[in-house]
Design a protein around this ligand. Structure first.
Ligand code: GLU
Length: 312
């Protein structure tokens, strides 16, 4: 494993080489607030299991977690309600359809969403959390997310992103009302969606995400604080699902190119958990057709090769 100096050099070189590699990518615009971002921003961070966090590029950039929050809601639900309860509500198989597909809402034979990382599955997770925890749901999830990311000031919801998403969420509303009509989503639709939108709008930087990845990579124990945040088994479950479902319907492509468990979000972030080694995170807003950061995938593919991180 590289020492701190080598790792910093590798990150600096990656930032220099990859920040402009955005191809034809464009920032997401279906959530209007996301389109207001500077598309040239690029930030990359690594968190090692001994507690170091190294970053390069526009390291002050802050952005919303979007689908990377699905890692938080899954880990939180597993910790609070247990494996069997969670997986009676969602499956854990990869999905061949886009993350918000409504043309073909892929379900398991029990009429549950195929996995917790597609929108339908994560809305069901949000419904479960909102139903069980009531008024304290958001506060508890934010507290958990702050501990997972080692963020001492505490993570917060970006209200502008939240409002923008909530006001333009026809697709997610359609999914949620449909799931409610068939009993897949048992809790109140608008309250489930409200928690889902707020979780997607939690604001982070790549340093936060790298620590979150490192916590999972370290069997659930935070390298930043030493706290055991998820059980060993729950960290394995989350990492396993990141391995097969983390990059929407480009998950297999990412496994071939990069080969590490990861989760992307339409804000342009990607968080990786490299078991037993480190957490990595990258941010660059222009997305490919599948909704994944173009420069982010290229940066991670280079890092994985250079540091021999491939493990799935
Ligand atoms: N909040 C976004 C949505 O529900 C998340 C999508 C994503 O990052 O994949 O559409």
């Amino acid at each position: 494993m590289e020492n701190g100096l080598d790792l910093q050099r590798i990150l600096d070189k990656t930032a220099e080489d990859c920040r402009a590699l955005t191809g034809d990518g464009k920032p997401a615009s279906y959530i209007p607030e996301l389109a207001t971002v500077n598309p040239k921003l690029f930030s990359i961070s690594a968190a090692t299991l001994d507690g170091a966090v190294l970053s390069s590029g526009d390291t002050n950039a802050r952005f919303s977690m979007q689908s990377m929050s699905k890692v938080i809601s899954l880990a939180f639900a597993l910790e609070r309600f247990g494996h069997d309860d969670v997986f009676s509500k969602v499956g854990m198989e990869p999905c061949s359809e886009p993350f918000n597909s409504i043309m073909k809402l892929e379900m398991t034979s029990n009429h549950t969403p195929l996995n917790p990382f597609i929108n339908s599955g994560s809305i069901v997770m949000a419904g479960l959390i909102a139903e069980r925890l009531g008024e304290s749901a958001l506060e508890e999830v934010l507290g958990f997310a702050s501990r997972m990311t080692g963020n001492k000031r505490g993570l917060e919801v970006n209200e502008r992103v939240y409002r923008s998403e909530s006001m333009t969420a026809d697709r997610n509303r359609s999914l949620a009302y449909f799931m409610h009509s068939i009993g897949t989503l048992s809790f109140d639709v608008e309250r489930s969606l409200d928690l889902y939108f707020r979780m997607c709008s939690i604001e982070v930087g790549t340093g936060d995400l790298a620590v979150m990845g490192a916590t999972l990579a370290n069997a659930g124990k935070s390298p930043a604080t030493g706290e055991q945040i998820t059980s060993l088994d729950n960290s394995y479950t989350v990492i396993g699902i990141m391995s097969v479902c983390g990059l929407y319907n480009e998950s297999a492509d990412f496994a071939v190119k990069v080969g590490v468990p990861a989760k992307s979000g339409v804000s342009g972030g990607i968080v990786c958990a490299v078991p037993g080694k480190m957490g990595l995170a990258v941010f660059s807003p222009p997305l490919d057709a599948g909704g994944n950061s173009v420069a982010g995938v290229k940066a991670l593919s280079g890092l994985s090769r250079q540091m021999k991180l491939r493990g799935i």
